[in-house]
Structure formats: structure tokens, C-alpha cells
Design a binder for this molecule. Structure first.
Ligand code: GAL
Length: 660
């Protein structure tokens, strides 16, 4: 029989469904840049192409039907004034076929032409060029395939979009959750609300409380002051119509606070510059109503924009920056900060706020430069429990540009301040003033990991410090942040935590609310890793829009217990095989939490027997923490585990030595 010869045709990349691409920022552009403008590289405009943002990946099924791919690649001119750097890469069936080398703004487009015969799956990648992916607007211009017997190709995103709930509902009988150790300084106000699930009404008790503390049996809120340093072993109790529960709880009265990573909510990832006292109160109410409080979530933190702004057109945030005696004035959306703090404390929760050591915050509101003492006193007087202190315009102070517009010193503002004493100085100043206040204030340093902050953050009184740049709700962001945490791990300990930034689950959007763009498996991986990292857990979503899937992520007490483990160790990656990365965290009771993490684009389906590489030997009970059930006993008859991990997914297991 005669068959027609296969016809050679051109298939343009922009004719394919580009929405399957994942990228670090914005939406894929069809014949447009990522900002929706004409594709332009080094002054040359291209009619066709794919505009994206690193870190970007587009998977195309070719099925052996393409003979070649060609394109002109480069950084889009629309980011003039910034310093992007990115590398274009092409992979065929997992093998690197071509790379552009690092490309910068103004480099003329590089031409690529790759032979593809036999290639089934092609991946077009734009990787970060080594300086973070800020402003990496990247174009695959004039991109096309020469194909044989095909006039289109299918693009795929192998990460599943179907949400599924793993966390079992808590039983109706009482169960006490949350931290089992709590630090307070002698004489400071004490506030701790027992976190317990189970049917209401419930009554609470606390046996062995040190002198000066009392519990409200109706609410489970413990208040008072402990005047003597020491460790106090308390037994917490909870009782309802179905039964009773108790839990050992250690109150350590001494110098250290934040003995387990702070857990709560922060306004930035959902409201950004639109925050108000009303929204903060509603977030606090929702934290109670949703039941999150019963799992240990405690802090309600206001980020940037509670102060007045230097030049905003929005009059609700304009006004005197400071009063005549130099005291910071909250903007009209906030008014009386003490009333707000009292409201939050009345719920048994704690409250935080935000400032900068520079004259301006990152958003252009009044910072603390030159007024550190007054500001620390105001926070203390109002009753705040947490300060996030964000570098922002301090770069300008170093350069003697303190009075300039923070936006003009924009690129400087992210600079580390050169030598170590300069980098440390502003944080030490505020740390010392916070310490003088008659209350315990968690001190959260935010300078994106500059000058190896993990090595000195504790010495300036820091409870936690950001290790990396701002998170966004993209896989590229979560992955790159996760991969950078190991370097700081050795410095994590009770009272000193590395902070990979806030959570991006639920409705987020920095003022433009949308459901997190992380896929369900990516969200399980995100929460598992942040728990393994002993990271502060700050929910970044709109608390009034919590859906069942998000609640399932945030209420798994066995997962939270990994984060809150009193030993305070941070997991590190101890085993890699391709894109399988295994993180291990030692726990106080001698067991280990192990995250089998799939960072790749293929499912992991294999058996695993390298337990010694994880520091694990002998008989072990293996428990799946998300599903809250034992899945294996190793060492007796079983010597391997079968791993089935979805793309960008995780298995979070606990290995406990067993004598059975
Ligand atoms: C950034 C910081 C964010 C947020 C923002 C406020 O520098 O990393 O988490 O606080 O400033 O303007």
C-alpha cells in the first residue's frame, strides 16, 4: 500500500498552549513579553515568541515528530534600569541539548538551533543567572519547530491540579496540641492559650504552674507573671463530655524566648499595602473561628503600612509621621494601637508589627532610623509581642543618602552594608532597646540572608532571621528558597530560627487576592519542608477565605509537631538521587522526621533501603505523618520502603526506634 510521504511543516511555539508553563513571576506571554509588551531584545522587536520569567519551564510532547527547534533568545528590554541575569536551556528527554550561557540586559539575542530527531519530551527552561530571579524577563523569540507529520504539539504540566485531603479530622475526645515548651523572662507578662481539639464545651487545667500564673479553666488561657527564673514542669489538662486528655508542658523562665518557632499569621502576602486594623481584627477572629487556634497558631502580625506614608496618594495613610516628641504615629486605618493589641490579647493571641532600621520601610512608610528607642518604647507600651525589622532603606543610610527617596536608592537598599559591623549595627541597636522593654518581644530580622545573618542574628537578640529573598506563590520560588536552607541549618536552635519566609497557601496575592498558584502537591511539600526546617510558620493568606484543603494543610498536628519539636534542630538534605531529596530532622524523643521530596518533573516510583545514609538503623516504626498512620516496621521482616511520590510531592515520615 502506498503511504503519503510525511510532510515537513513549521510549528510555531506561540501556537501551542503556553499556559502549561511554570514561571517565577507573571503569566506566559503569547507573542508578548511577560509584562504584555512587544518582545524586544537589545533594541530589536520580534513579532512572535514566548515571553516568560525565570525560573521558567515549558514541557512539550514531541513524540519524535520534530526534527529541529530554533529561536532567538534574550532578556527583554522592558526591565531597563535593573540587573537581570538568566540562562536559557533546552533539554531533550532529560538530556541538556543547548544552553545560552548567562545572558544580561542589552545582550543581543542569541540564536539557537537544535536537532531533535527522536526526542519525545522537550523542556524549555530559563534558569536564574546566579543573582536571584528579580527582573529576569526572558524571551524565546521567533521560536519554532520543523516537524514531520505533525502540525501541532501538546504542552503539559505534569504536576497534578487535583486537591486531596490527607489530614484526618481530629477526634471528638480532647487532644492537646501545640508547643510543649514555652520560654518567658522573669517578670514579663505571660500569655499562653492551650491549644486543644475536641468537642466543646471543654474545661482546662494546669497542674504545677509556677507562682504568679493562673489559668482560666473556661478558655484555657494562662496569664500572670513568673518572677523567679527556673524550669517548671506543668501538666496541662483538657476535659469534655467525651473524655479527658493531658500533656506535659515545660515553662522555662529565663533569658530565652521563642523556644519553638513562632506560629501565626502575617498581613503581607494577602493584603500588602491595604492592611487596616479592621482586617487585622478579622484575621484574629478567623484564627479562632476556623479552629486554627486549637493547633497552636498564635501570632497576628501586622506587616508594612500601619505607619503613615511619605507620599502616597491614599489619604488614609497620610499624616504626621511622628508626634512632637518623636513618637511614631499609626495611620488613620489603625488609630489606637494599644486598643488593637488589647483586642488580640483578649482572644488569648499575640500581636506583632513591623518596621525598618532605615528612614523608610520597603513600602515607603515611616521607618525607625534615629528613633529606635522611642519606637521600642511605643511597641512595649502598646503591648506588642513581636517585631519584624526589615532592612529596606538602610542601604541608603550607609551611603549617606538617608534623606533621599527610598525608591531612588532601590537597588542599594538590598545591599548588605559591606563589612560585618555595618550589617550588624542597626539590628543590634533595636535589639538592645527591645530587650529594655518590660515585656517579651520576639525579634524577627529581615534582611534576606545578607552577611550570613544566621551566624550573628542571635547575638543581637534575634529570635529569627530571613535567610533568603521574598517568597512568591510559584514553584520556582518555593524550590529555590528550599534549596538554599541547608547552609544555615547548623545555627537553628531553641530561640534562634532560620526563616525561609512566610507560607504561600490559601488566598494570597499581595493586594490582588487569588488562590495560591502552587499545586496541591507543591503545597504539601511546602508545609512539610517548612516544618522540617523548624521555620517560623506564618500563614500569609486571607483568613476569612480558608478552604478545606488549606485548613487540612494547617491543622495536621503530627506535621506541626515536627516544626514545634523542642529539640529545635533543622533538617538538612542528607541524600539525593536525581531529583529525589531526602531531608532528615532529629526529634527530641530520639526519632527522626524524614521528608522524601520529589523536586523533579517525573514521579518517583522506587524502593528505598539506604536508611543508614539517613542515620537510621535497627528496628523502626515508620509513620506517615500527613495520613497519621503507621505504614511499616523496618528491621524485622521488612528492609525497604516503597516510595511513590507525585511530581513536586512529598512523603513525610517519622522513624521511631521500636522494641517490639
Ligand atoms: C520586604 C519583606 C517582605 C515585606 C515587605 C514590606 O522587604 O521581605 O516580607 O515585609 O518588605 O514592604
Amino acid at each position: 500500500m502506498w503511504t503519503a510521504p510525511l510532510e515537513a511543516q513549521t510549528v510555531w511555539l506561540d501556537e501551542l498552549d503556553l499556559s502549561a508553563a511554570t514561571q517565577g513571576f507573571g503569566m506566559p506571554g503569547k507573542n508578548k513579553s511577560v509584562d504584555g509588551k512587544p518582545i524586544t531584545i537589545a533594541g530589536k522587536t520580534f513579532k512572535r515568541g514566548f515571553g516568560t520569567h525565570s525560573v521558567s519551564s515549558l514541557l512539550i510532547l514531541l513524540d519524535g515528530k520534530a526534527s529541529s527547534f530554533s529561536a532567538m533568545v534574550g532578556i527583554d528590554d522592558e526591565v531597563a534600569g535593573h540587573e537581570p541575569a538568566a540562562e536559557f536551556q533546552i533539554f531533550g528527554d532529560g538530556k541538556k541539548l543547548w544552553s545560552s550561557g548567562i545572558m544580561r540586559l542589552g545582550d543581543s539575542a542569541r540564536s539557537c538551533s537544535v536537532a531533535l530527531s527522536g526526542v519525545k519530551k522537550l523542556e524549555l527552561v530559563v534558569a536564574d543567572g546566579g543573582n536571584g530571579n528579580y527582573y529576569d524577563h526572558a524571551d524565546w523569540a521567533d521560536a519554532k519547530f520543523e516537524a514531520l507529520g505533525a502540525n501541532a504539539f501538546v504542552t503539559i504540566n505534569p504536576v497534578s491540579s487535583t486537591p486531596y485531603i490527607l489530614t484526618p479530622a481530629p477526634p471528638a475526645t480532647p487532644r492537646i496540641n501545640g508547643a510543649s515548651v514555652f520560654g518567658v523572662r522573669p517578670g514579663s507578662p505571660f500569655l499562653f492559650r492551650i491549644a486543644a481539639t475536641g468537642e466543646r464545651p471543654m474545661t482546662f487545667s494546669a497542674l504545677g504552674l509556677p507562682k504568679g500564673l493562673k489559668i482560666d479553666p473556661r478558655t484555657g488561657i494562662i496569664t500572670g507573671r513568673v518572677s523567679n527564673a527556673g524550669t517548671f514542669n506543668v501538666t496541662l489538662g483538657a476535659k469534655n463530655a467525651r473524655g479527658t486528655a493531658s500533656k506535659k508542658f515545660r515553662i522555662v523562665c529565663g533569658d530565652r524566648i521563642g523556644l519553638t518557632p513562632p506560629m501565626g499569621w502575617n498581613s503581607w502576602n494577602c493584603f500588602a499595602g491595604e492592611v487596616s486594623a479592621d482586617k487585622v481584627k478579622r484575621a484574629a477572629d478567623a484564627l479562632i473561628k476556623s479552629g486554627l487556634v486549637n493547633h497552636g497558631w498564635t501570632y497576628i502580625n501586622i506587616d508594612d503600612f500601619w505607619q503613615n506614608h511619605r507620599d502616597s496618594e491614599d489619604q488614609t495613610i497620610r499624616g504626621k509621621l511622628r508626634d512632637d516628641s518623636g513618637r511614631i504615629v499609626a495611620n488613620s486605618r489603625f488609630g489606637n494601637m494599644k486598643l488593637l493589641a488589647d483586642y488580640v490579647h483578649g482572644l488569648g493571641l499575640k500581636i506583632g508589627l513591623y518596621s525598618s532600621p532605615g528612614p523608610w520601610t520597603c513600602g515607603g512608610c515611616a521607618g525607625s532610623y534615629g528613633y529606635e528607642k522611642q519606637d521600642a518604647e511605643s511597641y512595649g507600651k502598646w503591648g506588642f509581642d513581636y517585631l519584624k525589622y526589615d532592612w529596606c532603606s538602610y542601604g541608603g543610610v550607609i551611603d549617606g543618602m538617608a534623606d533621599n527617596d527610598p525608591y531612588k536608592v532601590g537597588s542599594l537598599s538590598y545591599q548588605g552594608g559591606g563589612d560585618l559591623p555595618t550589617a550588624v549595627k542597626p539590628f543590634k541597636i533595636m535589639g538592645d532597646y527591645l530587650r529594655e522593654q518590660p515585656r517579651d518581644i520576639i525579634y524577627s530580622l529581615c534582611q534576606y540572608g545578607m552577611s550570613d545573618v544566621w551566624k550573628w542574628g542571635g547575638s543581637v537578640g534575634g529570635t529569627s532571621w530571613r535567610t533568603t529573598n521574598d517568597i512568591t506563590d510559584t514553584w520556582a520560588s518555593v524550590k529555590s528558597i528550599a534549596l538554599e536552607q541547608d547552609k544555615a541549618a547548623a545555627w537553628a536552635k531553641p530561640g534562634n530560627w532560620n526563616d525561609p519566609d512566610m507560607l504561600v497557601v490559601g488566598t494570597v496575592g499581595w493586594g490582588n487576592p487569588h488562590p495560591s498558584r502552587l499545586k496541591p502537591d507543591e503545597q504539601y511539600l511546602h508545609i512539610s519542608l517548612w516544618s522540617l526546617f523548624s521555620s517560623p510558620l506564618l500563614i500569609g493568606c486571607d483568613m476569612e477565605k480558608l478552604d478545606d484543603f488549606t485548613l487540612n494543610l494547617l491543622t495536621n498536628d503530627e506535621v506541626i509537631a515536627v516544626n514545634q519539636d523542642p529539640l529545635g534542630k533543622q533538617a538538612t538534605c542528607v541524600y539525593t538521587d536525581g531529583e529525589l531529596r531526602v531531608y532528615v530532622k532529629e526529634l527530641e524523643d530520639g526519632s527522626r522526621a524524614v521528608g522524601f521530596c520529589n523536586f523533579g518533573l517525573e514521579k518517583v516510583e522506587r524502593s528505598f533501603r539506604d536508611f543508614e545514609k539517613l542515620g537510621i538503623s535497627g528496628r523502626q516504626t515508620v509513620r506517615d505523618l500527613w495520613r497519621q498512620k503507621d505504614v511499616a516496621t523496618l528491621g524485622a521482616t521488612q528492609s525497604k520502603l516503597t516510595l511513590n511520590i507525585p511530581v513536586h510531592g512529598v512523603l513525610l515520615y517519622k522513624f521511631s526506634p521500636s522494641n517490639r
